[in-house]
Write a protein that binds this ligand. Structure first.
Ligand SMILES: Nc1ncnc2c1ncn2[C@@H]1O[C@H](COP(=O)(O)OP(=O)(O)OP(=O)(O)O)[C@@H](O)[C@H]1O
Ligand SMILES: [Mg+2]
Length: 515
């Protein structure tokens, strides 16, 4: 190696060492974690229909009867009370979702009842009925927290029906969100991996079986499906939790520097090596080393990693001494390594060494039932305490999208929506236009394929290539924006651009070029 190339290598090395700080995350001595438990809920919470329980409060029996008839025709389960006191007694013993109360009643007035009820049961929605157009009292009721008001007499009756239906829709949305929030809270507390779909349940079962072993695990899945999350769960839920966890992004390490990064180097090993430096493998000693995007390792490094796994020793660059290192190995890939080793781009012996057990993460489009619960989990994390919900229409759009960037794309999409809105309920137009556009463009294509169930890897790659190319053009080659829109990490985007030969000249010309 010439003097020049060594100097060049070292200047890159400094930049890389800095950038590695963001790519390599070493976490030590985390507290003991809760064990992973199996999620008992298998039903999709978003489609569970709620039977609304309505309490009607009026001293006039005819009005109560009328409201009960309308309520029952809407499928509600109806209860009645002839006074505020009686209603409070009912609420003590019976679960109720919404209340419709008269304002003018003997003894306790409607407003008094409303105030007391809101104090004791703040979550129950209450609407008021006003007679003779007493709008002022109705406004006062709204200030005290009433949902809305409706004037008596109800003419036509359809007005009451519509009013109650709208109120029930709101109740259902609130209940559903509460349910999802409670579920995500328990799920997150237990393992940080959200999802009720059979695919995710299977992943959770595997984590719970493998977390206390030292079995090598290969985690496979498309970009953004949660591979790193699973690796961390395996480490931090298991008996290595207090030990180091070192993640290495093999895809973004400069090939010439991988060896010194992984194995370390001795002082004077090359120009600029002013002091010895421990490699990442040694930093992970007694803990876990996570080789992320392992399929990107050059063949030469694959051989060195294999030797390390066999001998459990590292020899820093420029050193004559070997150091014993005992680590659990985990690897992740979004490629099909089996195809790669058959093509000769990945070592077969290393593949078998890493792939003792595989955990496969299904893409989000194959577990759409997880979308509502994930959405609520992210909204709660992104805007804690704001109680942001997703409207039915917006949720339909989220459910219909194909999510090429998987969970990360969903997370980015909600982050953007939360940043741009001050609404409490996210509507369809709060979602990025790209989601709607991609929905209309890619869904029919994918659906057609799913129906014929004969799609091949090449078909999927074509779609991926076309999607990335379209987004890349749309953002004029701005990689940061393209990555965000696609919901994939920067490293993944670079790899994909390289693989599909997209924007090869963009760097120098500043324009997006497709090949
Ligand atoms: N089941 C899940 N529950 C909660 N959050 C999730 C889940 N799956 C993924 N995420 C979140 O989505 C984001 C992407 O996950 P992660 O980085 O683990 O994916 P990845 O498969 O490693 O992606 P890449 O291939 O791009 O590196 C993270 O913010 C992660 O916390
Ligand atoms: Mg990753």
């Amino acid at each position: 190696m010439t003097q020049n190339s060594v100097i060049q290598k070292n200047s890159t090395h400094n930049a890389m060492t800095e950038s590695r700080m963001t790519q390599t995350k070493m976490t030590q001595n985390r507290g003991a974690q809760n064990p992973v438990t199996q999620n008992p809920l298998t039903q999709d919470p978003a489609t569970q229909s709620l039977r609304v329980r309505l309490l009607i409060v009026d001293d006039e029996q005819t009005i109560r009867r009328l409201c009960m008839t309308v309520g029952e025709s809407l499928g509600f389960s109806c209860l009645e009370a002839e006074s505020g006191d009686a209603a409070l007694a009912v609420l003590e013993s019976q679960p109720v979702h919404m209340v419709l109360t008269d304002l003018v009643m003997p003894r306790m007035s409607g407003l008094e009842f409303l105030e007391q009820m809101k104090r004791i049961h703040p979550r129950i929605e209450i609407a008021v009925m006003t007679g003779h157009g007493s709008v002022e009292t109705a406004v006062q009721a709204m200030k005290l927290g009433a949902y809305d008001y409706i004037s008596k007499p109800f003419a036509p009756l359809d007005e009451l029906r519509l009013f109650l239906r709208r109120m029930a829709d709101k109740v259902r949305l609130e209940e559903e969100n509460l349910f999802l929030r409670e579920r995500t809270e328990t799920d997150a507390a237990v393992h940080g991996i959200i999802g009720n779909s059979p695919g995710i349940q299977n992943v959770l079962r595997m984590i719970s079986r493998l977390k206390d072993t030292r079995t090598p695990v290969l985690i496979s899945g498309e970009s953004g499906t949660g591979k790193e999350l699973v690796a961390r769960a395996l480490h931090f839920r298991g008996n290595l939790a207090g030990r180091p966890f070192v993640a290495v992004d093999c895809g973004s390490l400069v090939p010439t520097l991988i060896e010194s990064e992984l194995f370390g180097y001795e002082k004077g090993a090359f120009t600029g090596a002013l002091r010895s430096k421990q490699g990442l493998l040694q930093s992970a000693d007694t803990g876990t080393i996570f080789l992320d995007e392992v399929g990107e390792l050059p063949l030469e490094m694959q051989a060195k990693i294999l030797r390390f796994l066999q001998e459990k020793e590292v020899r820093p660059v420029g050193s004559n001494h070997k150091v014993k290192v005992d680590v659990r190995i985990m690897a992740a890939t979004n490629r099909d390594l089996e195809t790669d080793y058959k093509k000769g781009t990945f070592r077969k012996d290393l593949f078998f060494r890493l792939n003792v057990v595989t955990i496969s993460l299904p893409p989000l489009r194959e577990r759409r039932s997880d979308i509502p619960i994930l959405a609520h989990w992210f909204l709660e994390r992104l805007a804690p305490g704001r109680g942001i919900q997703v409207s039915g229409e917006a949720m339909k759009t989220l459910l219909a999208h194909d999510w090429p960037g998987n969970v990360r794309e969903l997370e980015n999409c909600l982050e953007r929506a939360v940043a741009l809105t001050d609404r409490r309920v996210l509507e369809r137009d709060d979602l990025p236009a790209s989601i709607m556009r991609m929905e209309s463009q890619s869904t029919p294509q994918l659906h057609a394929m799913q129906e014929t169930s004969s799609f091949t890897t090449t078909d999927l790659e074509d779609i991926e290539r076309a999607t990335i190319a379209r987004v890349f053009l749309q953002v004029n080659g701005d990689k940061a924006r393209a990555g965000k829109m696609l919901g994939i990490s920067r490293a993944t985007l670079y790899r994909k651009l390289k693989r599909y030969h997209i924007g090869a000249h963009a760097e120098s010309s500043g324009a997006a070029t497709l090949q």
